[in-house]
Design a protein around this ligand. Structure first.
Ligand code: GLU
Length: 293
């Protein structure tokens, strides 16, 4: 039987305008997909209903078309697939691996400050620098959980990381590939993330859950993303193991920095591709600038 071609995807979020960092990511995906004879999908990661906007989504399509990128198959919009994420949550729920957490951000912050004051030690941080969830809701009784949910109390769903790791099995490692096709194994320690959020207050998923479910449903075999998401891939591996999903190969590309050395980001108002286009910059110049000749 013929081997099916590799599947790559570019997965931007329409919560701002695309900048050069996105162009680098999309072009790297396209280059590797072409080199490996693969298909390249476009996925719109629009679970954040408050921050995602139709004009940003349109901007993604315009910018990618302007760069000369073409995608295979239908575009998947995450906001149209909440049932897929609900099923994955139900699976984890049946395994006893998730629990409702009623803490507000403020309450988590206060609990961390209290622990730091008690111990005189800094509370452990996750790889992104955020304090680990201190576990305030980890051991609520089933009755209390049900009562508070029934009363309509807002809550997120968290992964009980210690139980999850006990179920996920040993050898937590995944493969990283390079442009020449060489592959090496990377061992990970997801415990460093603590009890991550898998469903937000307003949507039945979080980035981590949606990305894992979608990569599997779309048959993505090669994930090409920035180094800023390398550490979070440990969480994705645990979820793939728990949900019985295939684990793709990964490639982490460099990040672009501005003049001050900071990573380009929508939140820092890095110039958008549309701004560059309006200034007369050409797609060919962008490709050259980013090292794609
Ligand atoms: N949607 C994510 C972002 O725009 C990327 C997701 C991924 O590559 O896994 O940063």
């Amino acid at each position: 039987m013929a081997k099916s071609p590799p599947v790559f995807r570019f997965a931007p979020s329409p919560n701002g305008r695309l900048h050069l960092g996105h162009a680098l990511s999309a072009l790297t995906n396209a280059r590797l997909a072409a080199a490996f004879g693969g298909r390249l999908l476009l996925r719109i990661e629009d679970i954040d209903l408050a921050r995602c906007r139709p004009e940003f989504e349109q901007g993604i399509h315009d910018d990618l078309a302007w760069l000369g990128l073409h995608f295979d198959g239908a575009v998947r919009r995450q906001s149209e697939h909440f049932d897929d994420y609900r099923s994955a949550l139900a699976q984890l729920q049946a395994m006893g691996l998730i629990y409702p957490c009623f803490c507000s951000r403020q309450e988590v912050k206060q609990a961390v400050a209290r622990r730091e004051a008690e111990t005189g030690e800094p509370w452990p941080r996750d790889p992104d620098g955020a304090p680990l969830y201190p576990g305030c809701c980890r051991n609520l009784s089933g009755a209390e959980q049900r009562e508070r949910i029934a009363a309509g109390e807002p809550h997120v769903l968290r992964l009980a990381m210690d139980r999850a790791l006990a179920c996920a099995g040993a050898d937590l490692s995944y493969s990283v590939f390079d442009a020449e096709g060489a592959v090496r194994r990377i061992a990970v320690d997801p415990a460093r993330w603590g009890d991550v959020v898998l469903a937000r207050k307003d949507v039945p998923t979080s980035y981590h859950l949606a990305v894992v479910v979608d990569d599997a449903l779309q048959g993505v075999s090669h994930v090409v993303r920035g180094r800023d998401l390398e550490a979070a891939t440990a969480i994705h591996l645990v979820l793939q193991r728990l949900l019985g999903l295939a684990v793709p190969l990964y490639h982490f590309h460099r990040l672009l920095a501005d003049q001050t050395g900071q990573k380009l980001a929508k939140s820092r108002q890095s110039p958008g591709l549309a701004d560059l286009r309006a200034q007369g910059v050409t797609p060919a110049a962008i490709r050259r600038q980013l090292g794609f000749t």
